[in-house]
Design a protein around this ligand. Sequence first.
Ligand SMILES: Cc1ncc(COP(=O)(O)O)c(C=O)c1O
Length: 373
Amino acid sequence: MLKEKIKKELENFKDENRFRKLTILNQDFLNLSSNDYMGFGNNALLIEEFYKKYPNLALSSSSSRLISGSYSLVMKLEELAENIYKKPVLFFNSGFDCNCCVIETFCDEKTLVISDKLNHASIHDGILHSKATLLRYKHLDLSHLKILLKKNKDKFENIFVISETIYSMDGDCVHLEELISLKKEFNFSLVIDEAHSFGVYSYGMAHSKNLIEHIDFLTIPLGKGGGSTGSYLICNQLYKDYIINKGRKFIYTTALPPINIAWNIFILEKMELFKDKRQYLIELQELAHSLIKKYNMNTLSTTHIISIIIGDNERLDKITNYLKEKKYFVYGVKEPTVPKGTSRIRIGLSPSLSKDNIIDFFQELNYALNTFF
Ligand SMILES: Cc1ncc(COP(=O)(O)O)c(C=O)c1O
């Protein structure tokens, strides 16, 4: 029964052109789908410098944080981050665990969570595990959030509002200051995810706008602009202590190995020195957006993440296959990652791309959009 049911579901995915497969990236291709927005993860000079500084690090921590997994490098990383963010910091193994853990540890059946409709799966899973009541506001629509807050402000013991800074699937951006002024009016707990703004905004958007103190739980996954792995959680000491005592995704997992932790220290210590990379990324972004305008393409993006909505899965496949023939690797995003009928080409800019790369790519994309229907 189980096998039959699963087989049928996978057949449906194939019929709808959304059956997912694992592939190896062909190294001859220009990768426009990377989330390594600052190019740290693949920077040969940085990697060489890192291995010179840390030549003999262990490849396993062999323990969870509460046993022997809080070794000196982890504690140094948290201390370094605390000096930057001026608040307690707890390091998690991944952004998924960090988001999920915050929500499932602090929200319960007496909590209302109001979440942006397009928040990441880790946020959604945390809400499901928490048994809280969930309401979703229209994507980035803070006036809709305000209506929901007004209606529900006296009905629950606690209210949590959750948003990302830059959204991965559209490349659009929250108005953090406006969200914080709503927090002052309605007194909810605010959770912000900086997965797609860390690095691009140096220590993050909240830090660069001097807003850290207003955010109750700031999560900073490092797998994208951080060029690494793991996640910082920035919160007050009471919440940090509570997670250390109660957070299942913090307690019951093996800590990351010293090599990853040392790389995070290395990047964090250098972050302010990457001004030229950030400036160049802005130039690439401006160039890409001017080409989008020139070619009349359809995007909601205002940032380094650019999605061009195609809509139909079959047409998307034709376009990405054509781009592959031209040696561009671009990932076509389909449901359930994005809503049905909004499949898209998503690219992530990074300083490892040249301006000519961007000009040539958009020329090919424009050709494909006008050729394949
Ligand atoms: C917005 C957002 N939050 C959290 C995560 C999860 O982070 P990680 O890959 O570190 O588990 C991702 C990445 O997939 C993400 O895009």
